[in-house]
Write a protein that binds this ligand. Structure first.
Ligand code: HEC
Length: 271
């Protein structure tokens, strides 16, 4: 280093040291309270303020929103009526007392012919990219047990886990074993066990989408809840993809559009 450069470097450092005191960042150095720290400012001496009634966090769906429950608005009104609370408007935010009544382990309500329990429409329009995402999420979260075909013969089942409900009526592949559990002999393959508990014979292909949503959200029997892993939007996309699987087994290939039929023929599918 030459003397000139050394002098320049020293000068620059000195300028920096002097200058930095002047342009200190005060934004980062403001008064603040740690969570739950006491304060004299408020009468209750709590620096952390209680959350205002009706506050929702960003992106939260209201409990009365079919997007987050799969339940029909009529069913909400009925739950409230039976909980002897005034029935709220379906889009009204719930108070804490109301929430406590219905939030945990709300039962699967006995369907009657007069009440619509679950929604049978998706809360948003399903596009091709939603189906793709649904397929991806299904493969990650469901196929391990329910199988890539949705016939309940996934890898975990192969290793001895409980037999999941098949999403199809009857066998969907020649090599499929009939793994219908012994205690549901009266229930044909592909029929909902949940509905059977209420003595309703409903095939999984006819079960409303809201019912699938509830099963994913809360679990059913030997099936765990997936509400922590899968956001509501993705649950709906998975359901849409299960419908694709079901259609793939129920549709007569002769009735397919010519271009789709060609693809199927090329893939060596059923004639
Ligand atoms: C760990 C294994 C496992 C995973 C993963 C799993 N399931 Fe299940 N599922 C089961 C079993 C087992 C049953 C049958 C439960 C019973 O009869 O007790 C079942 C039942 C169901 C039912 C039918 C309930 C009825 O009425 O018969 C639906 C719908 C369902 N699962 C959807 C899904 C979806 C969607 C996913 C992915 C998000 C998924 N499951 C992931 C094991 C699993």
């Amino acid at each position: 280093m030459t003397t000139a450069t050394r002098n320049f470097t020293l000068c620059a450092l000195a300028a920096l040291a002097l200058g930095s005191a002047g342009c200190r960042q005060r934004m980062s150095d403001q008064p603040y309270y740690r969570p739950l720290e006491p304060t004299e400012f408020f009468a209750d001496k709590r620096a952390s303020r209680p959350i205002e009634k009706g506050t929702i966090h960003r992106g939260q769906y209201l409990e009365t929103d079919p997007m987050a429950t799969g339940l029909a608005a009529e069913e909400w009104a009925r739950i409230y009526a039976t909980a002897s609370a005034p029935a709220p408007k379906p889009d009204a935010p719930m108070g804490d007392a109301d929430r406590a009544k219905v939030a945990f382990g709300a039962p699967r309500y006995k369907p009657t012919d007069s009440t619509k329990v679950y929604v049978d429409e998706y809360p948003f329009a399903i596009t091709a990219s939603d189906l793709k995402r649904g397929q991806e999420r299904y493969t990650i979260y469901c196929a391990v047990c329910h199988g890539a075909l949705g016939n309940g013969q996934g890898k975990i089942w192969e290793r001895g886990y409980l037999t999941p409900t098949s999403f199809h009526e009857g066998k969907v592949s020649a090599t499929e074993v009939d793994a219908t559990p012994k205690n549901s002999e009266l229930l044909p393959l592909g029929y909902s066990r949940g509905y059977n508990l209420w003595n309703h014979r409903v095939s999984m292909a006819d079960a409303p989408v809201g019912y699938y949503f509830e099963v994913i959200t809360k679990g059913y029997g030997g099936m765990p809840s997936y509400s922590a892993q899968i956001a509501p939007d993705d649950r709906w996309r998975i359901i849409a993809y299960i419908r694709v699987l079901q259609m793939s087994q129920r549709t007569d290939p002769a009735k397919l559009p010519a271009d789709v039929k060609k693809l199927l023929d090329e893939a060596g599918g059923k004639k």
